[in-house]
Design a protein around this ligand. Structure first.
Ligand SMILES: [Zn+2]
Length: 204
């Protein structure tokens, strides 16, 4: 069970269940390596790209978009410190089952509502967030994806916002991360998605 004291942060309830849309400066960039012998090597490369960016003197979010059937990196993006825009991926002929987005999350936050929106609105199979230490969280589409995914997504986003409102303003990131994980664990199965993570703060 999720501790009820989290509710005390929920003073102002936002009714907005859409991710905040603002102009995010992102640059599409060429991968250092495109073709890989196996998926494991591809993941090691993508993970390193994301971690190096988070540990950079001027940290930024790096995004690797890859096809894990062809073991090929399709493109990469360089974003801002905590955000990245992957506009332009619609120009790629994406294999909706095998395209994976791998990106960095500096605060070890699990998959965000914006990430979920990106996953559901594009021809993507899964989205993975990697933190500075290489820990991850991921959400993947499954053959059992809900037929009513838009309504289910709205419920998930609403509960996320209701539970986590004010937490980031109050610098309670650990609670924010635990709450984000709680909402994903509850709603991913309802949406017919697979969610998992290995962040150490979730094992305490
Ligand atoms: Zn993200």
């Amino acid at each position: 069970m999720f501790p009820l004291f989290l509710r005390k942060f929920n003073i102002l309830k936002k009714q907005n269940t859409k991710p905040v849309q603002r102009q995010i400066k992102s640059v599409q960039t060429k991968p250092l390596q495109k073709d890989f012998r196996c998926t494991k090597d591809l993941f090691s490369y993508a993970k390193k790209r994301c971690i190096d960016a988070l540990n950079n003197e001027a940290p930024y979010e790096h995004v690797v978009i890859a096809d894990i059937k062809k073991n090929k990196v399709l493109t990469e993006f360089i974003g801002e410190e905590n955000k990245c825009n992957i506009e332009g991926i619609e120009n790629f002929n994406l294999d909706k089952e095998n395209t994976v987005v791998i990106h960095g999350h500096s605060d070890s936050t699990p998959i965000s509502v914006c990430d979920m929106y990106t996953l559901l609105k594009n021809n993507l199979g899964q989205i993975i967030a990697i933190d500075k230490k290489g820990q991850f969280s991921l959400v993947a589409k499954t053959p059992n994806m809900s037929n009513d995914i838009d309504a289910k997504y709205k419920k998930y986003a609403k509960e996320h916002y209701e539970l986590t409102d004010e937490m980031t303003q109050n610098n309670v990131y650990e609670l924010y991360n635990i709450a984000t994980d709680y909402v994903l664990k509850k709603h991913a199965p309802l949406m017919g998605l697979r969610y998992c993570s290995n962040y150490d703060y979730l094992r305490k």
